[in-house]
Design a protein around this ligand. Structure first.
Ligand SMILES: [Zn+2]
Length: 488
């Protein structure tokens, strides 16, 4: 058995102000065949290492190609996308033949000339390896699950959890399904149920928690191989944007179809309860003030992890105006101010204009008098699971008694060391305000007495009915339409 592995990942916010180019893919890698060793601290490298180890343990030959990932932003520069794609295809052609092709893709990557990069990659790979080879893709649940992807892949497995803490587990399942398919011991058959919804579905709270558990239970039934919920990525405008359920059975198409519909209808039945309904800034600050202990406030709409600039300071401004004490805010993506702070030096007090720089979604900048408390080159934080996540050169400044982190490598906040790594003490804080929509929960739930996802201004608005889609095919989706499947 010969196994080939590659990865190409970015989540495209088609409403974001800038393209995703080579610099975006260079913050972590790209790894040209050595992700499993050189990139082993990154999410992509962990998948490469997993598939390498599983292949080695089974006595298979293993060839590792490109693994590249970029922080979400606007559509990928066409030439950059094609160069990466063609590098994978060239390795596949020159180092083959292969029985199993394993891919770590996102599922919501859009380039300047292609709305479905993953479908494009899978179709070209199928062309090269032929109908007999097993092609498997692990995708992020924030994907646009397209008919082309389903047609060209042997099996697609999505992470089930949001925060995405289960990517290694899902990679292992994909390996087993694809090896079984290549050996001919199983015959994966995929069916998709379109929920006709656009939404945001954290899996740590009900009703989504129970629905994920129900998916896992359905996988244990005889002849079922995998059940996934494609949440969809609301801020990617493509013909196929939306929430769908994918079920894979062993050779039983009606069973796959029934299972996908059963889970899809169960999610659909909870659609109203699944709407975010986050409090606005003033209400959130009030909840924070009333919290006994530490409240974590999430600046959900300016999350770099969804392609937002991460430099909107509306929440910080409100915190200053409300005179909150023992508070921290971060990370504001502001490389210019970081440079100014580094130049001024630790201990300096100076006027700074922070945030509000990237575009309309960034809002107004904030003019402050700041004291530089610390500076760190190539700062980083714990990422999802055991992976690390780069924050770039970063500064800790104090503004009106609030500790603020400015950073240079655009990223959402995943873990407390985004703050403590600069020397900020979190133990005595009453408010930790951070830029992330949901991934932060994996680590911050350990120190928070209360977590409040806040309806802030920014590029990732949760008003799904109001998103200005131009390409999405089905516009009769919930919540634009109350009951698009006519099941009530
Ligand atoms: Zn995601």
């Amino acid at each position: 058995m010969r196994v080939f592995a590659a990865g190409l990942i970015t989540e495209t916010n088609t409403f974001a102000p800038w393209p995703t180019g080579l610099a975006g893919f260079s913050e972590e890698g790209p790894f040209h065949g050595d992700a499993s060793t050189r990139g082993k601290d990154s999410m992509t490298g962990m998948l490469a290492a997993l598939w390498h180890d599983l292949s080695r343990d089974a006595g298979f030959a293993f060839v590792e190609s490109l693994f590249a990932s970029a922080q979400p932003s606007g559509p990928a520069v066409q030439g950059v996308y094609e160069a990466f794609r063609d590098e994978i295809l060239a390795d596949l052609e020159t180092k083959g033949p292969f029985d199993v092709v394993l891919l770590f893709l996102h599922g919501a990557m859009v380039s300047q000339a292609c709305d479905d990069c993953e479908g494009d990659i899978l179709a070209r790979i199928r062309e090269i390896v032929g109908p007999k080879a097993a092609i498997g893709a692990e995708l992020d649940p924030h994907c646009h699950l397209t008919p082309l992807m389903i047609e060209k892949a042997t099996a697609i497995v999505l992470m089930k959890e949001y925060p995405h803490t289960d990517y290694v587990e899902r990679g292992r399942e994909l390996f087993d399904i694809c090896v079984g398919a290549a050996r001919g011991t199983i015959k994966p058959v995929s069916r998709v149920f379109d929920c006709r919804m656009v939404g945001f579905y954290p899996t740590t709270t009900e009703p989504m928690r129970g629905l994920v558990d129900r998916m896992s239970a359905a996988e244990k039934r005889p002849k079922m191989l995998s059940v996934s919920f494609a949440h969809g990525f609301p801020w990617g405008d493509t013909p196929e944007t939306g929430s769908k359920v994918l079920a894979i059975s062993d050779g039983d198409a009606p069973l796959a179809e029934l299972t996908a519909a059963e889970i899809g209808r169960a999610i659909y039945a909870e659609r109203k309860a699944l709407l975010p309904g986050f409090p606005r800034i003033d209400a959130a600050l009030k909840i924070g003030a009333e919290t006994n202990g530490c409240a974590v406030l999430a600046d959900t709409a300016d999350n770099a992890g969804g392609g937002a600039p991460s430099d909107n300071v509306a929440l910080l401004k409100a915190m200053i105006e409300a005179k909150v004490e023992r508070a921290v805010f971060g990370c504001v993506w502001d490389p210019v101010s970081v440079k100014v702070c580094a130049e001024a030096g630790v201990g300096a007090t100076l006027p700074l204009r922070i945030g509000g720089k990237s575009g309309p979604a960034s809002g107004e900048p904030l003019d402050v008098i700041a004291t530089v408390r610390a500076f760190r080159e190539a700062h980083d934080q714990m990422g999802l699971g055991p992976a690390r996540s780069a924050l770039g050169d970063s500064a800790w400044i104090e503004v009106a008694g609030i500790d603020v982190v400015l950073n240079s490598a655009r990223s959402q906040v995943f873990a407390p060391d985004a703050f403590t790594g600069l020397g900020i003490e979190l133990a005595d804080k009453r408010i930790i305000a951070l830029k992330s929509s949901w991934h932060f929960q994996a680590q911050f739930s350990k120190i928070a007495d209360r977590i409040v996802a806040v309806a802030t201004p920014g590029a990732i608005q949760m008003d799904f009915a109001g998103i200005d889609y131009k390409k999405k095919r089905d516009m009769d989706f919930f919540p634009r339409v109350a009951d698009p499947l006519e099941l009530d």
